[in-house]
Every structure is written in structure tokens, then in C-alpha cells.
Ligand binder design. Structure first.
Ligand code: CTP
Length: 404
């Protein structure tokens, strides 16, 4: 489940100002449970101290001196045999050009030539005029075609003071990209429709009814499904979350009726449908067209039932695996099993929302999964990212079981 735990990462640094960020990138990988080794070109050494990286990684830093190892091993051959991935960060236009041409005249380009059987990720960083040079573009296109991975560069202010494209990608995005590369694409060719967040039911132009859902669980499932190779459609109520992973089709909605329309439209060609949204059960029949003014009298607001989207999906279901959520505070199993029957579900994810570390607003969840065969499994407290993978693993098991 944790794609990075125990992985061996070889980071090859070339001579760009962004090299000063590499100790932090190294620290992020170590924190994620990786073993990290670093190589520095002669120019990279001018930007970052080998001692810093040796202290962090507990490995000697590979450099241009080409010294034989104690046992007579050849450093660039041993390091590329050792690693699970080679990351070139920052990758200058120069090293990209050398890799495209098969030139090996320093430690990093030599590692690149020796790593022919390992995944390689380039994180380019250079002045935007260099990056936009057709020669660099051609070299990147050629390397991509040959199966090399790339991330970035980002836009923004650069060392020379100019604005433009050429900044080293955000470090957490580099880590996320490496996770992607290591992830088995077990959702390839499947369309996964996910709802997330709360809905907002307007009362008047400035007021609405909503709930405490943050959308974190639904977004975590969407990101994990994308990483695992799925085509992901995310129908999201209003949230404060940052835009999900690139490649996810994001449809923003406000009300339960909007959500119903979008979900029903995409349902027929979806393979897996996960309703993680906290859909408001009630709405005002007709929102007041003007802002309500206060008075001294008490005020009654009449509410009507919203459609139950999940229930409608249960009646229309053909080939889809249908997954619902249940937020419970008591009688978890009994209530959830009843919901599976009532809504014709394949799986229900039960959250104990009475606990402060699970359910709404927080980053962790303690889930229980109950499938349509009444098989119950409780999981310990996990991050919402890990819970997302747990849910997707179970969905795939059900899908395989149903397919016979
Ligand atoms: N759901 C829906 N449409 C609604 C309400 C809920 O599709 N109008 C979905 C939710 O996305 C979730 C599941 O149904 O997957 C929750 O079922 P629900 O019966 O609403 O359970 P609770 O929220 O736990 O509510 P209650 O305790 O009132 O049954």
C-alpha cells in the first residue's frame, strides 16, 4: 500500500541553482521510508555540500572522481544495480541533451547510461529561454518516447529574476510522481465515478444549509484511483481542497440536485461508482429570491426531501460496482447492512463519526468495510490516503469475485 517504503532512490544532481533544494528532497524520501543515495556532478558540488547529503543519507556521495569501491566495485554500475529508480534533479538542459545523445562524460550522465533497466525520472530546471529552446524540447520529446519520465518544470520567478517556465517542480510533487511510477496500474481501462464533499442548499442569495464534510476522503480516493491508472470523474461539492491530481475530470456542483444530474449523466458508462459525498437530505423548496430580513418573530423554514442519489443508482445498476458511505455513531453493522440492502450496494464504507480522529474534517479515518456478501472487516486508524487504497483494493476484489 505504501509505495515508497523500503524503496532505494538514487538522486543525481546536476549544476543548477535548484540543487540547494536537494537536501530537503532527500529528507522527504527518507521520511517516507526510502533508502537514498546521491550523486553530484562537479558543478552541483558548487551549489550543495556533499557532507550535508552524506549526513542525511548515511551513504557516501558519488562524485566525478570515479574511485573504485573498497571491494573493487565500480560505483556507477553498483549504484544503478542497487537503486529502484534514478531521479535527475535538478536536470539541466545539458544533462538532458547528453542523455538523449548517449553521452557519458561525468558521474550523472554515466549513471544515466548505466541505468538502462531502471525507471528514470527527470525534474528539469533551467532558465525559460533554455527550456523553450527547440533543441531541449526535441531532446525531452525523444527521451519521453523512449520511456523516460518527466516532471515539471513549473512556472514562476527564477534565479535570474525573470518570470517564466523553468523552476524545479514542487518537491512534494516529485515525491508524488515517484509514488505514481511505483504504483501498479490495476485500475487501467476502468472508469471510476466519485462524489465528494458536502452539498449546499440555498435559503436565500447569501445563506445556505450544508454540513461538516471536507471532501478529503473523496479527493483521496480520486487521487489514488488516478495513480492506479483509472479514468477518474470527480463530482465535487464546495470544498477548500486544492485541485486534485492532473488528469482527473473535476465537475464542481453546489446542490444535491446538481450532483444528482451530473452523477446520473456519467453513471451508465462508469465501472465503479463511489458516493463519498455527504449529500444534504433536505433543501428549501424555493430559495427566497431576496435576502431575508430579520424580525422579532420566530421563523420557520420548510424543507423538502432531496432525492437519494445512491438509491437511484442502486435501481439503475447494470455492470457497475456501487459503493456507499455511512456515517454512524451507533449500531454500525446493523445500520450498514440494512443500507446495503436498501440501496443495492456492493460495498459500504462505515465511518465511526463519534470519534474525534475519524470521519468529518480530519486527515485520518477508522473505517469498517462491509460487502454485499456480509463480509465485515474493521481497519485501524489510517491516513485518508491509505484508507483510499484500502477501499480500492476491496472494490477490485469484489469486482474479480463478481466477474467469476
Ligand atoms: N446519499 C445520496 N443521496 C442522498 C443522501 C445520501 O446519494 N440524498 C449517499 C451518500 O453519498 C452516502 C450514502 O448515501 O454514500 C449515505 O447514506 P444515508 O442513508 O444518507 O446514510 P447517512 O448519511 O448515514 O444517513 P441516515 O443515518 O440518515 O440514514
Amino acid at each position: 500500500m505504501d509505495q515508497l517504503k523500503g524503496k532505494k532512490i538514487l538522486i543525481a544532481v546536476t549544476g543548477g541553482i535548484a540543487a540547494y533544494k536537494i537536501p530537503e528532497l532527500t529528507r522527504l524520501f527518507i521520511k517516507a521510508g526510502c533508502d537514498v543515495q546521491v550523486a553530484l556532478t562537479e558543478n552541483a558540488v558548487r551549489f550543495v555540500q556533499p557532507l550535508t547529503l552524506e549526513t542525511l543519507t548515511h551513504h557516501p556521495v558519488l562524485m566525478d572522481d570515479f574511485i573504485l569501491l573498497d571491494e573493487g566495485g565500480i560505483p556507477h554500475i553498483e549504484a544503478t544495480a542497487w537503486c529502484d529508480i534514478l531521479i535527475v534533479a535538478p536536470a539541466t538542459g545539458n544533462v538532458i541533451g547528453k542523455a538523449a545523445a548517449g553521452i557519458a562524460d561525468d558521474i550523472v550522465s554515466t549513471l544515466l547510461l548505466a541505468a538502462s533497466r531502471k525507471p528514470v525520472l527527470f525534474a528539469p530546471a533551467m532558465n525559460s529561454r533554455m527550456y523553450l529552446n527547440p533543441v531541449v524540447k526535441r531532446n525531452i520529446a525523444l527521451l519521453r518516447e523512449m520511456g523516460y519520465h518527466f516532471i515539471g518544470p513549473d512556472e514562476g520567478e527564477m534565479a535570474c529574476g525573470e518570470e517564466g517556465i523553468g523552476r524545479l517542480s514542487d518537491l512534494t510533487c516529485i515525491v508524488e510522481k515517484v509514488k505514481d511510477i511505483f504504483t501498479v496500474k490495476d485500475l487501467q481501462d476502468l472508469t471510476i465515478l466519485i462524489s465528494a464533499g458536502p452539498t449546499q442548499e440555498p435559503i436565500d442569495p447569501v445563506r445556505f444549509i450544508t454540513n461538516r464534510s471536507s471532501g478529503k476522503m473523496g479527493y483521496a480516493i480520486a487521487n489514488a484511483a488516478k495513480r492506479r491508472g483509472g479514468r477518474v470523474i470527480l463530482v465535487s461539492g464546495p470544498t477548500r481542497l486544492s485541485v486534485p491530481k492532473e488528469g482527473i475530470t473535476l465537475i464542481r456542483v453546489k446542490t444535491a440536485l446538481d450532483m444528482e444530474r451530473e452523477i446520473l449523466e456519467h453513471f451508465p458508462y462508469s465501472d465503479i461508482v463511489i458516493m463519498a459525498a455527504a449529500v444534504a437530505d433536505y433543501r428549501t423548496d424555493k430559495p427566497f429570491p431576496q435576502k431575508l430580513k430579520k424580525s422579532d418573530k420566530s421563523f420557520k423554514l420548510e424543507l423538502v426531501r432531496n432525492p437519494d442519489i445512491l438509491q437511484a443508482l442502486g435501481t439503475q445498476k447494470t455492470h457497475q460496482i456501487l459503493v456507499g458511505f455511512a456515517a454512524e455513531t451507533e449500531k454500525f453493522e446493523k445500520n450498514a447492512i440494512q443500507k446495503i440492502k436498501d440501496k443495492n450496494l456492493d460495498l459500504i464504507v462505515v465511518n465511526d463519526v463519534s470519534q474525534p480522529d475519524a470521519g468529518f474534517e480530519v486527515d485520518t479515518n477508522r473505517i469498517m468495510l462491509i460487502d454485499r456478501f456480509n463480509k465485515i472487516r474493521k481497519f485501524p486508524l489510517q491516513s485518508k490516503e491509505d484508507a483510499a487504497d484500502t477501499i480500492l483494493d476491496k472494490i477490485l476484489k469484489i469486482k474479480r469475485k463478481v466477474a467469476g
